[in-house]
Design a protein. Structure first.
Ligand SMILES: Cc1cc2nc3c(=O)[nH]c(=O)nc-3n(C[C@H](O)[C@H](O)[C@H](O)COP(=O)(O)O)c2cc1C
Ligand code: SF4
Ligand code: SF4
Length: 291
């Protein structure tokens, strides 16, 4: 069995999960960033995995790069497809609706998302309540390691995951609540993209320009790490200072991997930085698009 595992990650959670799965199922790890310049993504593999973080789950959940990457996939009708969504909040209310949207997208392209997995890992986005930030991170990593083996067994045997029906029922039950939360996310995006309340821009148009509220301070030494680690080439160095090009994914990588802590995002409320402890900067740089 040949398996491709496509991943996207800003702070390493999804990358660490993708790496663990790839090792267990002997799959090939491929970054979604590497497909940015391609019109179509073709693979000979008979199984395909998609691993990514949830962003603004009740609004959409799928990072734009993931959506665009999946839309480019060819010949998916005969493939076994599984997806893993990592999230910092509750899996059922955050990762699950996101996976439902991914499933619909894949269906519209003629494929079938056979197995969906949700994993709670540390919340990297500090605009969420501090309770979510202060949870025991080690416990989360241990829980994932325990989940990994049975999950990979399912994947290897190309099975559906169990309890899908319970999840679908739960999702239906929560739908009215999601509707109210959408407004919260839209307000947050308008503020971050600095577009004002009367804007006609939809969320897909606002996300790329949220980089207008990223700032860089005097500790920047011009090393260019932020430009290299950005998964979508959204940063170029001008006179040894990073400048953002308005194709942002909101992934936080530039901020969290800056060695000088010089980059500040909209969500910095308590000065903490986060990236997955087992993922290194050089792991992250492999994700980057070739310059
Ligand atoms: C812009 C943004 C929005 C996010 N929105 C949510 C969310 O709605 N629900 C949630 O549970 N986690 C949310 N998160 C947290 C991430 O999904 C979570 O920490 C994920 O594991 C990060 O993966 P990564 O390290 O691979 O980038 C968000 C993170 C970012 C950066
Ligand atoms: S990574 Fe940090 S220190 Fe290096 S250029 Fe970017 S902002 Fe400056
Ligand atoms: S500019 Fe920063 S936050 Fe935006 S996509 Fe690049 S690394 Fe991620």
């Amino acid at each position: 069995m040949e398996m491709d595992i496509y991943y996207f990650s800003g702070t390493g959670n999804s990358l660490s999960v993708a790496k663990d799965i790839a090792q267990e199922v002997k799959g090939t790890l491929i970054s979604m960033s590497s497909g940015i310049d391609q019109e179509i993504i073709k693979t000979e593999a008979d199984s395909v995995g998609i691993v990514f973080p949830c962003y603004m789950a009740q609004l959409h959940g799928l990072p734009l790069i993931v959506e665009q990457f999946v839309e480019k996939l060819e010949n998916i009708d005969t493939k076994y497809i599984f997806a893993v969504a990592t999230c910092g909040g509750f899996e059922l209310v955050n990762a699950l609706p996101t996976l439902r949207r991914l499933s619909k997208l894949i269906k519209s392209l003629g494929g079938n998302l056979t197995a969906e997995f949700t994993i709670k890992l540390p919340m990297n986005n500090l605009s969420y309540p501090s309770k979510l930030m202060n949870q025991n991170q080690n416990e989360m990593f241990i829980t994932w390691k325990k989940k990994a083996e049975p999950m990979c067994e399912l994947i290897i045997s190309k099975k559906k995951n169990p309890y899908k029906l319970i999840k679908i029922l739960f999702n239906g039950f929560m739908t009215p609540m999601y509707f109210f939360l959408r407004n919260f996310y839209i307000q947050h995006l308008r503020k971050t993209a600095q577009v004002g309340g009367k804007t006609k821009l939809n969320f897909r148009q606002m996300i790329p320009i949220t980089d207008t509220s990223i700032t860089v301070d005097e500790n920047c030494n011009g090393c260019g790490t932020c430009a290299k680690v950005c998964p979508v080439r959204n940063i170029i160095m001008v006179d040894d200072k990073p400048t953002w090009q308005h194709t942002c994914e909101m992934c936080l990588a530039c901020d969290e991997w800056c060695p000088k802590g010089a980059i500040h995002h909209w969500c910095k409320t308590n000065g903490k930085d986060y990236h997955h402890p087992d993922v290194t900067l050089s792991d992250m740089l492999k994700q980057g698009v070739i310059r």
